[in-house]
Design a protein around this ligand. Structure first.
Ligand code: ATP
Ligand code: MG
Length: 362
């Protein structure tokens, strides 16, 4: 878990230091005070990128040339530190005071998940977010996943480059062998991950939505053909389009509630609860594999949810046992099972707030 967090020149935050509580933390403040920026900075420290999809250059405070983030971590085997500096020279990552190779090293040091007002896109958006959802769990529970995924992406790129260069069929086919081996490894891995997570996914679905959730992994090519045949039969189309149309890069995770397709659920609130169930299940699965509490960032969790729904979400979050940092416009809306550490943010300046917060334990 992260105990001390320092941020310099990130978005509207000039300089801030937060001594975070081990369990629950609440950051409150008016609109545009810098709440999401603080969570985004924390998430950047564990991912090397923004969860708002912003390019790194937009994250540096206007008029400055670099931002710096630093965290002191408490881990079962002792203390560690992570630091990130982004300047014109690029991104520098340091773990335990040593240069580290980048985002994967950050994700291993500070594994985290985010529930923010855009979380419903996990249901309403395209398949890429759902593939990433499965791959995030895989990254934390299976040692080889990252390596396999990178090698697959390279093979795919090379095959696509051959397609675009209008290479001969033999040249295109020469990429198939590697592509097929890695595709199978990725596909098998995602299936194992879904099997590992499914009970938890369904349990959170019952808790948050009182619904039976269904999850069907679609592997990215026809159900009744093996991939080799699909590549052969699809060659002409691949050549026309200049990219490979079959493979695990086209996979999806179909989600249904009470046997209806979840994407067609009209209510935004339900989509948010459903997506949150998925995030909590992923967090729980990774947490038990890693045997340490993860960091869960909740940006304005109350948005779009009625009183009962937000209470259900917060109870499920509390039971998960992770370290939580949540934001809210005020200090009353979110109810925690025990007193959180409370911070107030105003125009990018953070202070520890002495304000009383009600808890469900009261
Ligand atoms: N690179 C930047 N440099 C300086 N200020 C920035 C930068 N990027 C964003 N801002 C400003 O930071 C302020 C805080 O934004 P942020 O999204 O953190 O607010 P918030 O407290 O989450 O607000 P809300 O309650 O509306 O969600 C905004 O006024 C925004 O314009
Ligand atoms: Mg915000």
């Amino acid at each position: 878990m992260i105990r001390l967090f320092r941020v310099t020149n990130f978005r509207c935050l000039e300089k801030a230091e937060l001594k975070l509580g081990p369990r629950f933390n609440l950051i409150h403040g008016a609109n545009a005070s810098g709440k999401t920026s603080l969570l985004e900075a924390l998430a950047y420290l564990g991912r090397g990128k923004s969860f708002r999809g912003a390019s790194t250059s937009n994250l540096t405070r206007h008029g400055e040339s670099e931002f710096v983030l630093f965290g002191e971590l408490e881990q079962s085997h002792g203390r560690n530190s992570v630091g990130v500096r982004n300047s014109r020279a690029g991104l520098e990552v340091r773990i335990g005071g040593e240069n580290a190779p980048g985002a994967a090293a950050l994700a291993q040091s500070l594994p985290l998940q985010v529930i923010d007002p855009e979380v419903h896109n996990l249901i309403a958006g395209g398949p890429e977010l759902r593939r990433r959802f499965l791959d995030w769990i895989a990254f934390h529970v299976e040692h080889d996943h990252l390596q396999t995924w990178r090698r697959f992406r390279r093979a795919l790129k090379q095959r696509n480059a051959a397609l675009r260069a209008k290479s001969t069929e033999a040249a295109i086919r020469s990429w198939n062998a590697e592509f097929l081996i890695l595709a199978k490894e990725l596909d098998d891995c995602r299936r194992r991950v879904l099997e590992l997570t499914i009970d938890s996914l369904q349990e959170y679905g019952r808790q948050l939505l009182e619904s039976e959730l269904g999850f069907e992994y679609q592997r990215g090519w026809s159900r009744d053909k093996d991939l080799e045949l699909a590549l052969d039969e699809g060659l002409e189309k691949d050549q026309q389009l200049g990219s490979t149309q079959s493979g695990p890069h086209r996979a999806d995770l179909k989600v249904s509630t009470d046997e209806r397709q979840a994407r067609k659920l009209v209510s935004r609130g339900q989509q948010k609860l459903l997506a949150s169930s998925m995030i909590l299940a992923a967090t729980e699965t990774a947490q038990s594999a890693l045997e340490r509490p993860l960091l869960l960032l909740l940006d304005d969790p109350a948005a779009e949810l009625d009183g009962d729904s937000i209470d259900r979400l917060m109870s499920a979050v509390a039971a998960l046992g992770c370290q939580v940092v949540a934001t809210s416009l005020d200090s009353e809306t979110l109810v925690f099972p025990e007193t959180p550490k409370v911070f107030h943010v105003e125009q990018g300046a953070v202070t520890v707030s002495a304000q009383k917060v009600s808890t469900s334990g009261n």
